[in-house]
Design a protein around this ligand. Structure first.
Ligand code: ASP
Ligand code: MG
Length: 407
């Protein structure tokens, strides 16, 4: 049977008529014979208001635990409101908050940025499943967790997206629908560039990178729990219809989202191009990339800085790339010289955890290499991947050490 997890953001339950419209959209799917689990955020800006109030009343002595308990009132309220509204439409519903014995989402004791204890949580969904089997619509507080001593914790601001995907995963849902106040994911922020377009679909990997770089539409950690088979989408609450078209989130594709480390099978060459004031002149990267592209040479990576640019290509391409780039350097005013370094190996480390644990991750990776006297020729990092270039002779050792780090 189809099981839909529908997450309603604050705006989508922002007033009485919106709550009613949202509840009706859930009931409509239920009437078609589907199971629906609702995950709800606090109404509108309630969380902000609760924080402002406690800061004004208590100020610095407010503890994290107190703050979590106060913030939680937002979702405690909205879940009750939503559930009662579903009942008013003639379908049985139950709100599920952390005080409920069947509450499933367990975390560590960090009150404000609690980390989910996935193994325990995953085992605790039988109570919710029972409700579904009895034809009851569960309405679960988003954003909240339950710590080791039974205390309320929160998953961090915007965390109800995490709740939704986590619940979808644990219940083996067919669909996760994020109901929000935009039409979906845009090609960029429409408030900044007017011609921004709505995307029909986006991959998990792209969405994560967008979210970690500031796109507000989804919490960057939420997709960690997205199963490949779950169909997920972001839609606008204004439709009042869970079947509305928005942006579909596809993937993750095999191996992409799990932690992995790979050693590029062939040796690579590093070509360094130097020049004065490279950052001040436009079009330099394009010159390099287009002259390589014209000659069908694939670029594995590129780093650009103040006085140099480093281009990574397959070693077997370097014999061709080197003289081509030399011609470019001689003809161009800014570039002055280039060198072809000795062979290197490229190790790529991908982990969805980098976004959670960014502080210290680079040193966790580089430290074992330092201790083992392995020189890092270059390192490039993004929110989800780190690429390390080492001497070919060190590659196997480095690869093994990094595998240990990742475990
Ligand atoms: N209500 C919480 C917040 O405003 C969680 C959420 O909306 O996702 O951060
Ligand atoms: Mg949100």
């Amino acid at each position: 049977m189809d099981l839909i997890v529908a997450k309603f953001g604050g705006t989508s339950v922002g007033d009485g008529s919106r709550i009613k419209k949202a509840a009706q959209s859930v009931v409509n799917e239920y009437m078609k014979g589907k199971q629906v689990v609702v995950v709800v955020s606090a109404v509108n800006k309630t969380t902000d208001e609760l924080i402002d109030l406690s800061n004004a009343a208590i100020g610095e002595t407010l503890t994290d635990k107190q703050k979590a308990e106060i913030m939680a009132m937002g979702e405690l309220t909205s879940a009750r409101l939503f559930s009662a509204t579903v009942e008013s439409l003639g379908v049985k519903s139950e709100y599920i908050d952390p005080y409920n014995p069947i509450w499933p989402i367990m975390t560590d004791s960090n009150s404000l940025e609690a980390k989910i204890d996935f193994a325990t949580t995953n085992e605790k969904f039988s109570g919710i499943q029972d409700l579904l089997n009895q034809g009851i619509i569960p309405v679960i507080c988003g954003f909240l967790g339950k710590g080791p001593s039974g205390e309320i914790t929160t998953l961090g601001r915007g965390g109800s997206d995490i709740s939704a995907f986590l619940i979808g995963h644990c219940l083996d849902a067919s669909d996760v629908v994020i109901v929000t106040d935009v039409d979906g994911v845009m090609s960029t922020d429409p408030n900044k560039i007017e011609s921004a377009e709505l995307l029909d679909e986006i991959t998990v990997e792209e969405m994560r990178d967008l979210a970690t770089h500031g796109a507000q539409v989804l919490h960057p950690h939420a997709l960690k729990y997205k199963d490949p088979l779950i169909s997920a989408k972001i839609i606008n609450f204004a439709h009042g219809d869970l079947n509305a078209k928005g942006t579909r989130i596809t993937g993750p594709f095999e191996g992409d989202m799990t932690k992995h480390i790979s050693l590029h099978k062939n040796p690579i060459s590093i070509i360094a191009i130097v020049g004065d004031g490279m950052l001040k002149k436009a079009g330099l990267l394009a010159k390099v990339t287009s002259c390589l592209a014209e000659n069908n040479i694939n670029i594995l990576g590129i780093l650009a800085g103040q006085n140099s640019m480093t281009v990574f290509v397959e070693k077997e391409d370097s014999e061709k790339a080197y003289p081509i780039l030399h011609t470019l350097v001689v003809e161009d005013d800014v570039f002055s010289s280039l060198s072809l370094g000795s062979d290197a190996s490229m190790i790529t480390i991908v982990s969805p955890d980098f976004t959670d644990e960014t502080p210290g991750i680079i040193s966790a990776i580089t430290e074992p290499l330092r201790i083992n006297n392995i020189n890092i020729i270059e390192i490039a990092s993004s929110q989800t991947a780190i690429v390390i270039y080492v001497d070919v002779k060190d590659a196997k050792k480095a690869y093994d050490l990094l595998n240990e780090v990742l475990e």
